[in-house]
Design a binder for this molecule. Structure first.
Ligand code: CP
Length: 304
């Protein structure tokens, strides 16, 4: 069975195929009838053990646009609360003739673990601070859409790199496509040995912004950290927050990205998040086409 567990397991040609397929689906979802009948014979379960707005709704919409049957599961209102294990939960759902599982889980490696114990195609929709592969795919796809290609582009990922599955998946995806990547954030929020992934560290935000074509501004994930490691919010905003004055002080135009949800006034001010420099809602829109592509390509292997 094939899965999408992380960008780490992909090759550049896999990403190219996903993007070409997404180009087709992007055209489909801009038609008056936004659906294709491709997956009428496939049933998909969306299992969310952690909160989500964009990813959960985007997967559901992608599945419906492909005409798949869809069931949704939220751990908070399920029998997980009565002590049922992950494998029991998923095997019970699969016994209802489900072909594919989309899963978000707070534990790093949860998708990898599940893929070894159940007989279904697994798509990782975010596993703790590990990977968020479809987010990285839609991020690169949005860079390609705005700047023509990803290869050779200079991308800085700013903020809480330590707790960010978006950062790790983006680093893998961008490097696979030949982009140059820097990370920028407080030392306490940068993983040790991050350079071993082929990225450079820049602790001065203005210098990082002067260097880059694209800045991906990440949210500080208070929910994943020991508060004592965190600089104060005021200190963070002063050193790593993106605002209009800073953007206008640059000698160039840059593209601003954010995976959402935004902490307005912390990592980015509203005037920048809502400006023409930002492609934040394009990222969300592209997420549907990217997820349609990933599901379609995996489902075609199930059907073989
Ligand atoms: N970007 C992202 O994963 O957002 P959600 O947590 O709302 O799905």
């Amino acid at each position: 069975v094939d899965h999408l567990l992380g960008i780490k397991y992909l090759k550049p040609e896999d990403i190219e195929l996903i993007f070409k397929t997404a180009d087709h689906f992007k055209e489909v979802i801009n038609r008056p009838i936004k659906k294709v009948p491709s997956l009428r014979d496939i049933t998909i379960a969306n299992l969310f053990f952690e909160n989500s707005t964009r990813t959960r709704l985007s997967f559901e919409l992608a599945e419906k646009r492909l005409s798949a049957d869809v069931i949704n599961f939220s751990a908070a209102s399920s029998s997980v609360k009565k002590g049922e294990t992950l494998i029991d939960t998923v095997n019970n759902i699969l016994s209802m003739k489900v072909d594919m599982v989309v899963m978000r889980h707070p534990n790093p490696g949860a998708g990898i673990f599940l893929s070894k114990h159940v007989n279904a195609s697994i798509i990782n929709a975010g596993d703790g601070a590990h990977e968020h592969p479809t987010q990285a795919l839609l991020d690169s796809y949005s860079i390609r859409e705005r700047l023509g290609e990803v290869k050779g582009k200079k991308v800085v990922i700013v903020g809480d790199i330590l707790h960010s599955r978006v950062a790790l998946s983006n680093i893998f995806a961008l490097k696979l496509q030949g982009a140059q990547v820097k990370v920028c954030g407080p030392k306490t929020l940068l993983p040790k040995h991050i350079e071993s992934l082929g990225v450079e560290v820049e602790t001065n935000l203005k210098a990082a912004l002067e260097w880059c074509d694209v800045a991906n501004m990440l949210r500080v994930q208070n929910e994943r950290m020991d508060i004592s490691y965190f600089p104060s919010t005021r200190e963070y905003v002063k050193q790593f927050g993106l605002n209009k004055k800073l953007l206008e002080s640059l000698n160039k135009e840059i593209v601003i990205m954010h995976p959402g949800p935004i902490n307005r006034g912390v990592e980015i001010t509203s005037d920048i998040a809502d400006s023409e420099h930002a492609i934040i809602l394009d990222q969300v829109q592209n997420g549907v086409a990217i997820r349609m592509a990933v599901i379609y390509l995996l489902a075609s292997k199930i059907k073989q």
